[in-house]
Design a protein around this ligand. Structure first.
Ligand code: NAD
Length: 329
């Protein structure tokens, strides 16, 4: 089957190409999927999409018109696809529900440790010959309370690592995970988690219920000096409210791998361009903010697993078989 792979980078060619082993005709296209780029899928049996590809109702109608019979997401989240529109047009949507939850959880831990121990500042200081410690004071994670919001696959891995550090883990989820309770974590209402945690890490999906979950009201309930980590999705956090809390000192630190307006910025080399996003530019001025470019998933193991599952999903789409990784509308 001919498959047009949108938002393709060199690493997509490498990993998808290796997993494909010649079974499908993969056509790699750099642009994101949008109404303007949908015609690139003309004649394809399926499209393969990533987090910044938009498959809204208009795009799905266009894809169906070009003969596309299915959408294979090479990611876990599917908030960028109008599932109802896809169902109306009879287009199955598949995803990669789990690849390496460990890699994402470990990245969240890396962000937390770097922020707490000021590794990002120490790294550049010593390279300039400044070996002073002023401004680098951190705190022990041992004995601290860590709040995990969303305790699915990634949240559970993160909670396990935090218990290994000797932290007390408070958890919040709409569905409790017995494996997380078995770690010794305590499920509490979100308000209590926010009030008690020294560190809050977000691992829930982006849904209407979780949009701006951390806004002015939540920030006001949080412990002064709290560290906030977001490897979930950008809009879980109200960026303007978080900037205010950073300016007032209420928020002790912020480390994000995802950002509300990351599209068009993350995954691109803009080092020679003027950053047009004033909120992102402001965030980058804080010494206690770390931003990574949606890279938490980016490990060898995860890329291999993503490619293999995506190709298996494409096999099912090509054969017209039900796919175990189909997303329900
Ligand atoms: P998962 O489905 O295993 O777990 C998500 C958990 O969130 C579930 O337990 C669910 O019950 C819970 N949840 C749903 N609505 C909630 C709400 N309103 N409040 C609290 N909890 C709620 O998913 P996962 O594999 O653990 O991934 C979690 C999220 O991480 C994904 O949705 C995706 O957005 C994000 N992610 C980011 C990266 C990255 O590279 N930064 C990579 C993979 C996934």
């Amino acid at each position: 089957m001919r498959v047009v792979v949108f938002s393709a980078k060199s690493y997509d060619r490498e990993f998808l190409g290796a997993a494909n082993a010649g079974r499908h005709d993969l056509v790699f296209q750099e642009p994101h999927l949008s109404p303007a780029t949908a015609p690139l899928a003309s004649g394809a049996g399926a499209v393969c999409l990533f987090v910044h590809d938009h498959a809204d109702a208009a795009v799905i109608d266009a894809l169906a018109g070009f003969g596309v019979r299915g959408l294979a997401l090479r990611c876990a989240g599917y908030n960028n696809v109008d599932l109802a529109a896809a169902a109306r047009r009879g287009l199955p949507v598949t995803r990669v529900p789990a690849y390496s939850p460990h890699g994402v959880a470990e990245h969240a831990v890396a962000l937390l440790l770097a922020l707490d121990r000021r590794i990002h500042r120490a790294y550049s200081r010593v390279r300039e010959g400044n070996f002073a410690l002023d401004g680098l004071l951190g705190f022990d994670l041992y004995g601290k309370t860590v709040g995990v919001v969303g305790t699915g696959k990634i949240g559970a891995c993160f909670a396990r690592i935090m218990t290994g550090f000797g932290c007390r883990v408070l958890a919040y989820d709409v569905v409790e995970n017995p494996a997380v309770r078995a770690l010794g974590a305590t499920y509490v209402p979100l308000d209590r988690l926010l009030a008690e945690a020294h560190v809050v890490s977000l691992h829930c999906p982006l849904t209407p219920a979780t949009h701006h979950l951390i806004g002015a009201a939540a920030l006001a309930r949080m412990r002064a000096g709290v560290i906030l980590i977001n490897t979930g999705r950008g809009p879980l956090i109200d960026t303007a409210a978080v900037i205010k809390a950073l300016k007032s000192g209420r928020l002790g630190g912020l480390a994000i791998d995802v950002y509300e307006e990351e599209e068009g910025v993350f995954y691109e080399d803009l080092s020679a361009a003027i950053l047009a996003d004033d909120l992102l530019a402001r965030l980058l001025t804080f010494p206690n903010v770390i931003v990574t470019s949606h890279q938490a998933f980016f490990t060898h193991e995860a890329m291999t697993a993503i490619a293999e599952t995506t190709l298996a999903n494409l096999d099912d789409l090509a054969a017209g078989r039900p796919c175990p990784n189909a997303v329900k509308a």
